[in-house]
Design a protein around this ligand. Structure first.
Ligand code: FES
Length: 228
């Protein structure tokens, strides 16, 4: 974990929009009197979202004032959690997973694309479009290697499909989150690898048990006896 410091250049002030003021009030009201500090993460998150995905010092101070907390306590929280960016990020903020399963599946080549196209980690491109950081496992190891860009995951990356993805983002064209090789969620790439001999044989699993699937074979109705 690298040292996390506030950005050198800071705005003079920060104020929530009226809409976000109302959302803050709602968050604070979730906690009993005297426990308003429990809303600190929610308020910091709202401030970051409002401020182009990074958290300036005046926003930290504003949240502290709203919650009646010493600013240093809010600063400790903002610097502890890596979900808070303490310096400006690009419009497309890439969180690159550099943990072992992703590395074993080719993350180094994805990192090379980031370094070639964007530059060193933490640097925003001159046009303000991109920046990236390396993070620990984002919990999508089944579809490694992967990155998170803003709120979405992009998985099954190769240098080629990742380059194409960044091209589309740069051009403002739509992109599809999730697997970039057409895989549905995290199903096996090459089809089933287990339970293949039992698939559908027991009458309770397999395509013929799902209404609407090509092999669907509806069960015969139970015979009704006159005595029933
Ligand atoms: S190791 Fe990359 S998502 Fe888990």
């Amino acid at each position: 974990m690298s040292v996390r410091r506030l950005a050198e250049v800071q705005p003079e002030s920060f104020a929530f929009t009226p809409e976000n003021e109302a959302r803050c009030a709602k968050e604070i009201a979730k906690y009993p009197p005297g426990r308003q500090a429990s809303a600190v993460l929610s308020l910091l998150w709202l401030a970051q979202r409002q401020n182009g995905r990074w958290l300036p010092k005046p926003a930290i101070e504003k949240v502290a004032a709203m919650l009646g907390m010493p600013p240093i306590r809010v600063l400790e929280i903002a610097t502890f959690y890596t979900m808070f960016n303490l310096a400006p990020v690009g419009r497309y903020f890439v969180q690159f997973c550099g943990t072992t399963p992703c590395v074993l599946r080719g993350a180094d080549a994805i990192k090379a694309v980031l370094e070639r196209r964007i530059g060193p980690a933490g640097q925003v491109t001159a046009d303000g479009l991109f920046s990236w950081i390396e993070v620990e496992c984002l919990g999508a190891c089944c579809n490694a290697p992967m990155v998170q860009i803003n709120d979405d995951y992009y998985e099954d990356l190769t240098p080629e499909n990742f380059d194409a993805l960044l091209d589309k983002l740069a051009a403002g064209r739509p992109v599809k989150p999730g697997s970039q090789i057409g895989r549905r969620t995290s199903e096996p790439v090459g089809g089933l690898t287990s339970l293949t001999s039992l698939y559908g044989v027991d009458g309770r699993s397999g395509p013929q048990t799902y209404r609407g699937s090509p092999g669907y074979d509806p069960p015969s109705p139970e015979p009704v006896s006159d005595k029933d």
